[in-house]
Write a protein that binds this ligand. Sequence first.
Ligand code: G3P
Length: 216
Amino acid sequence: MKLFLDTANIKEIREAVSWGIISGVTTNPSLMERAKADYKNSIKEICEIVKGPVSAEVLARDAEGMIKEATKLSEIDEHVNIKIPIGKEGLKAIKELSAMGIKTNCTLIFSANQALLAALAGATYVSPFVGRLDDIGNDGMQIVADIMQIFRNYCIESQVIVASVRHPEHVKEAALIGADIATVPFAVLEKMVQHALTDKGIERFLEDAKKAGLKI
Ligand code: G3P
């Protein structure tokens, strides 16, 4: 499973990319607001750092507007894919953009049927939001498992990005289910690296090395 970083924070992106484990970035208007960044410049900078798929979301609500915005965003860098919210207008836009060769990431997916529709319209990626489903008492990961099964049944090529990830357990479950990608906030990535026994183990090794007078 690939890992994308779910942020527009340049510092976080640089750090995570330096770990060698990030192959793409997803952004959305809320993440942009949090990063207090200029939209197009920031997408350009992210693309230069990541050199892999970067999702930038449209703001228009109608298909025509989405397509116009998508065209502008896709001109920023060859790695940009366009986040389009699922809906009737979104499907129309995905269909057109797919015909134009512009990659799309259908976002705000909360059911397997929405994912199926997005894939049939030609979405490159579909993004089920597991955390927000869990928040309302649903089982977000079950939706991911359903989508994966449906896509396998029909050899659907759209890739599944598990989004709205809240904790490392979500990432592990996504990998066990066989999701293509999980897009992860930096804080979750940091938790994934750590383990109390690792810290304790390093401390003990260093103490013993000191006792033994080891030098390299
Ligand atoms: O990128 C979209 C998604 O990951 C948002 O997550 O935490 O706002 O539900 P969240």
